[in-house]
Design a protein around this ligand. Structure first.
Ligand code: SAH
Ligand code: SF4
Ligand code: F3S
Length: 485
């Protein structure tokens, strides 16, 4: 792991007995200094540093948020552990589908038992699920042992909340309905030294009719380009070679800034950063993908040959009910244009099966779309009814057996298509960023091609973080076995 302290603030120089500053991030550094005093007292009494464990559910944005939580915990003196029996356990939750919620409730039962055997243990919950009032009611009623609950909009206040919870008996809850602020320059603890996610925007304004994200992440807010560039420059100085620009709909980046800028323009600025070698981004909404973006990708030496372009459904009728604002024909035309301009690009997607009113014919159209676009990979999801979204109130919910049957049929076509696409590169030499030692065979390391395909090659840990040419010798379905050349 590696930590960036964006702020030169030395916690020792902060006067902890003074009133807390009003402005951010100074206020949070003040509370970090206060927390550190608390941690030192813990150390004096227990003869060891307190430990922490974070568990992230959901998307890359949540993963990045968890790195911010870890950054603060490490800064104040906590020690990270892989064990859930830690002194501080925090779950950063997701609520995009109901099974994400169920996993959290399941884990909470286990935590309750751990807490009974370690009375010093503190349990915190944050993230998207906490933005739902029904969830908070349930937690208050059935999980009273939780110490701290906060949401997505006030995560920047984590140091302050942590300190307040040290001083509070029982459950501390702080949830905001929305926010227009973005607080910069808090510490971050990266999971990988050589690659990093970067938030370029927060929230979503699209309100796809099935989706809860706009309700739990609030309205779209873009970060200032200079803040993004500054963050990436610092990451590169700290050893990062690949960045992933993150937003629910990166193609609408910059529209609401005082000095508007497009996503394509931002990419051109990021491209100029010396020492940065690879640029990825997630997610692109098809309705906002511009010709400028395709042109910038085509010319770029750094932007990876991978585009995640969620389809959701191949039926225009269902797309309209989903409020996706493109038709089947528009999507096909867009995918064709991208493949024509950037022939070696991998296109991946997300698909939902069982949206209200979906007929077997609609699903056939989706399956046909997978064959036509030839997705390099697709994440398929069974529709999950999210309370408060327009689709939850639709009457014609699809029976579970029909959904299951359709889902299996779709999955098979997705897998066949993906295998064919991946196999196209057999025998080629391509560059891979080596990410880790192979989990099941320590004589191999695992790398990722620009198009996101995984390749395992003989090698050792000294290769991690390096971009090396590899020969793609044997295709094994979704990955390659190869060797460095
Ligand atoms: N902003 C991204 C998606 C974020 S959610 C985008 O628009 O592409 C990731 C994926 O979860 C979505 O693409 C969708 O396929 C799936 N998803 C969202 N809500 C869902 C629901 N209620 N049921 C099933 N899948 C859902
Ligand atoms: Fe959800 Fe649609 Fe926003 Fe993606 S674009 S987060 S699917 S509402
Ligand atoms: Fe889940 Fe929130 Fe991401 S609901 S998918 S963690 S934005």
């Amino acid at each position: 792991m590696s930590r960036e302290m964006y702020n030169e603030t030395n916690l020792d120089k902060i006067e902890v007995n003074a009133e807390p500053p009003i402005e951010e991030p100074a206020r949070q550094y003040y509370f970090m200094a206060k927390c550190r005093e608390w941690v030192r007292e813990f150390e004096r009494i227990n003869g060891r540093r307190p430990s922490f464990f974070t568990q992230t559910f959901g998307c890359q944005m949540n993963a990045r948020d968890s790195e911010k939580l870890s950054g603060i915990l490490e800064t104040v003196g906590y020690q990270s552990t892989e064990s859930e029996q830690a002194d501080f356990v925090i779950y950063n939750t997701c609520t995009v589908r109901d099974n994400a919620n169920q996993r959290v409730y399941g884990r909470l039962g286990v935590l309750n038992r751990y807490k009974k055997s370690n009375p010093q243990m503190k349990v915190a919950l944050c993230g998207c699920m906490m933005q739902e009032p029904t969830v908070i009611e349930k937690l208050k009623k059935s999980y009273p042992f939780i110490d701290l609950i906060f949401g997505t909009h006030n995560i920047y206040k984590f140091a302050e909340l942590l300190y307040t919870s040290f001083e509070t008996e029982g459950m501390l809850i702080d949830i905001w309905e929305d926010t227009d602020r973005i607080v910069e320059d808090l510490p971050v603890e990266r999971k990988y030294p050589f690659k990093s996610g970067i938030n370029i925007m927060f929230g979503c304004n699209n309100f796809c009719s099935y989706c809860i994200v706009p309700y739990v992440r609030g309205r779209e807010r873009s970060r200032e380009p200079r803040e993004i560039i500054r963050e990436i420059e610092r990451l590169v100085a700290d050893g990062v070679v690949e960045v992933m620009l993150l937003g629910q709909n990166v193609n609408s980046y910059g529209k609401n800034l005082d000095e508007p800028i497009t996503f394509a323009q931002l990419l051109q600025e990021v491209e100029k950063i010396e020492g940065l070698q690879r640029i990825r981004f997630m997610t692109s909404h098809p309705k906002d993908l511009s010709d400028d973006l395709i042109a910038v990708m085509k010319q770029s030496k750094k932007i990876c040959r991978h585009l995640h372009l969620p389809l959701q459904s191949g039926s225009t009728r269902i797309l309209q009910q989903m409020n996706r604002r493109y038709t089947r024909e528009q999507y096909i035309e867009l995918a064709d244009r991208i493949r024509r301009e950037i022939p070696d690009i991998a296109i991946t997607t997300d698909i939902i099966v069982g949206f209200p009113g979906e007929t077997p014919e609609d699903l056939e159209e989706t399956i046909d779309m997978v064959r036509r676009v030839k997705y390099d990979n697709a994440f398929t999801f069974i529709y999950s009814k999210r309370t408060g979204t327009p689709a939850a109130a639709m009457e014609n919910q699809v029976p579970a057996e029909q959904v299951k049957e359709g889902f299996d049929r779709l999955l098979k076509v997705v897998q066949d298509t993906a295998r064919e696409q991946v196999a196209k590169y057999q025998g080629r030499v391509m560059e891979a960023l080596i990410e880790e030692v192979n989990e099941s065979d320590a004589s191999l390391v695992t790398g990722r091609l620009s198009n996101n395909t995984i390749v395992h090659v003989p090698g050792d840990a000294s290769l991690i973080g390096k971009i090396v040419p590899v020969s793609l010798d044997e295709c094994h379905g979704f990955y390659y076995i190869g060797h460095c050349v």
